[in-house]
Design a protein around this ligand. Structure first.
Ligand code: SF4
Length: 230
């Protein structure tokens, strides 16, 4: 049976420590999701739930790893993520084309996604190389990213002058996953209340993809610059 994208009822049980050992690269949101069920379910029900999640992660990992490493594997994950988000399209999201505050934040991508982006640039997609260089020198979670959003120096190099992503079809998984439910104006400042939609199955997919031993994760500009300089 292949990955179906749901937490199917699974009659087996799994101990928490075994789950932690098997899936040590869960996303932070996915860890929180599991902890929520740990607190709210009876222990024996929780262990069945864990077994289901383990089963789904293993299926998803096998599906993702069936694609050759590199661009094809990144595309595979992106397609699976899109399918999961599409299933939830009834949930009202306030993001719209042209609101771009989130494109002024640090975005993490994988080494496979950096190959996609580098290929676009090498094939003529114009980006500001000076901005790319400056952003690529920033450390992970550099303080510069946490200044007021919409600062010009924090614009993603792929953000077009119209406020839309210039590589929308190729945007990284982290950009696809970011969906806000609060009014767009709240995204303009760092201290407003922000509701971010959590898609458990998207985080399950990212968790499964993270288990690829050849996968590396880092800030977009740094990863892209490294790929371009190879
Ligand atoms: S890649 Fe596109 S969607 Fe992602 S941060 Fe950059 S401009 Fe925004």
């Amino acid at each position: 049976m292949g990955y179906k994208g749901g937490f199917v009822h699974y009659s087996q049980s799994m101990k928490r420590q075994d789950f932690n050992k098997a899936h040590g690269r869960c996303t932070k949101s996915f860890k929180d999701f599991i902890q929520y069920y740990e607190k709210t379910l009876e222990p024996e029900v929780f262990e069945k739930f864990l077994s289901s999640v383990d089963h789904e992660i293993n299926l998803a990992r096998a599906e993702i790893m069936s694609a050759p490493e590199g661009i094809e594997r990144a595309k595979k994950l992106q397609d699976l993520v899109e399918t999961e988000i599409e299933k939830e399209k009834n949930i009202k999201i306030s993001c719209f084309k042209g609101c771009s505050a989130c494109c002024h934040m640090e975005v993490e991508i994988t080494n496979y996604e950096s190959e996609i982006l580098a290929k676009l640039v090498e094939n003529g997609h114009v980006v500001n190389r000076d901005v790319l260089k400056e952003q690529s020198l920033r450390e992970l979670q550099d303080k510069k990213w946490t200044k007021r959003l919409t600062l010009p120096e924090n614009r993603c190099i792929f953000l077009g002058s119209d406020g839309a992503c210039s590589i929308y079809e190729n945007r990284p998984v982290m950009c696809r996953r970011h969906s806000v439910t609060t009014p767009p104006i709240n995204c303009e400042t760092m201290d407003s209340e922000l509701g971010v939609r959590f898609f458990p199955r998207v985080d399950l997919l990212i968790t499964a993809a993270n288990e690829d031993p050849k996968l590396r994760i880092g800030p977009l500009a740094k990863m892209l610059q490294m790929e371009l300089l190879k």
